[in-house]
Design a protein around this ligand. Structure first.
Ligand code: AVW
Length: 301
């Protein structure tokens, strides 16, 4: 360093110091407020997890989806999108992403509350793709991902950093990486709230062509949704067992796995019914496979 540099006037050093402090504060504020990952902040993200990091531009996506949902469904009422974002931040920031409980999301759940009309709930297990193609095509049923909360956060990742503000953009715990993580606890909370607010006939789309249990023992359907339905408000749980149109018929209403699920539902004091290859869903499958034998009108159940 040269003498000339060291003898810079005091006022100049003060000015430079203030500017650097101001810039650092602006970068920090941008991380906290916008959910962006400034380059300088990326090296200190804490522990490395196996899941993807917080989705880039998370804040803009969540707030944008919030306004979009209200424009699609004006009955949702007037939600405060900025408050909803802040509740998400408050639930996870400065906390260990492996120590986030469903209770941490209580306030987010309260500000996003929504009334679900009776007979419209459509739960699912192992039919993620088909069930959402179906609700897009008919609009007659509502899956969790069609509710306000589900729509806002579907497909996104997020987690905070222990003791530090802002999100971890490098990595977040994967679903099974630790018991109470920021993602699994959120979806358990949202699924429980959806099941609790469901009434009338609750439909469930299941995959009759999948191997093994019709719904995994640790599935959200079994562990969260069935136990959270209110038998006084839910008149019946109606299972739709749908085979892939090109796939095998591994399970149907009379198979062992279905009878076991029936018993589990009844143990929760809920009435049960079951239908194989519910025709409106099969009609959707037939849109892609019009020449398949099952799509011949005479073969419909
Ligand atoms: P699923 P669910 N590891 O098709 O009943 C990784 O079995 O569980 O249906 N990802 C997981 C895991 C796991 N152990 N468990 C769940 N997921 C995630 C809410 C993952 O994204 C709706 F209302 C997987 O693709 C449905 O009624 C997805 O959950 C019900 O929960 C579905 O697993 C569907 O959950």
């Amino acid at each position: 360093m040269s003498w000339h540099c060291a003898s810079r006037p005091v006022i100049g050093n003060l000015w430079l110091g203030s500017m650097l402090t101001l810039m650092a504060l602006m970068v920090l504020a941008s991380t906290v407020v916008n959910g962006h990952a400034p380059i300088s902040n990326q090296k200190d993200q804490g522990k490395k997890y196996t899941g993807a990091g917080t989705t880039s531009n998370l804040r803009n996506i969540v707030i944008g989806r919030c306004y979009h949902y209200m424009s699609l469904y004006p009955d949702t009422g007037d939600k405060n999108c900025t408050d909803i974002w802040q509740e998400l931040i408050d639930a996870v920031q400065k906390k260990d992403p492996c120590k986030i409980s469903e209770e941490d999301y209580t306030r987010l759940s309260l500000v996003s509350a929504q009334t679900i009309p009776c007979d419209k709930t459509l739960l699912w297990s192992r039919t993620n793709d088909l069930v959402h193609r179906y609700t897009k095509a008919t609009q007659n049923f509502i899956t969790l991902e069609d509710t306000f909360l589900g729509f806002l956060f579907n497909g996104l990742m997020w987690c905070g950093k222990p003791l530090r503000p802002g999100m971890n953009f490098k990595s977040c715990p994967a679903w099974n990486e630790c018991d109470k993580n920021s993602i699994s606890s959120f979806w358990k909370m949202a699924s429980a709230a959806f099941a609790r607010s469901s009434c009338g006939v609750v439909n469930v789309m299941l995959n009759g062509s999948a191997d093994g249990d019709i719904a995994r023992k640790e599935s959200i359907l079994r562990t969260v949704e069935i136990p959270n339905m209110d038998p006084a408000r839910v008149s019946e749980v109606k299972l739709w067992v749908i085979d892939d149109i090109q796939g095998e018929d591994k399970n149907s209403c009379d198979s062992k796995s279905l009878l076991e699920l029936k018993q589990y539902i009844e143990e929760h004091n809920l009435k049960y019914s079951c239908i194989d290859n519910y025709r409106p869903v099969q009609a959707l499958q037939c849109a892609d496979n019009p020449d398949h034998a099952a799509c011949n009108r005479c073969n419909y159940h």
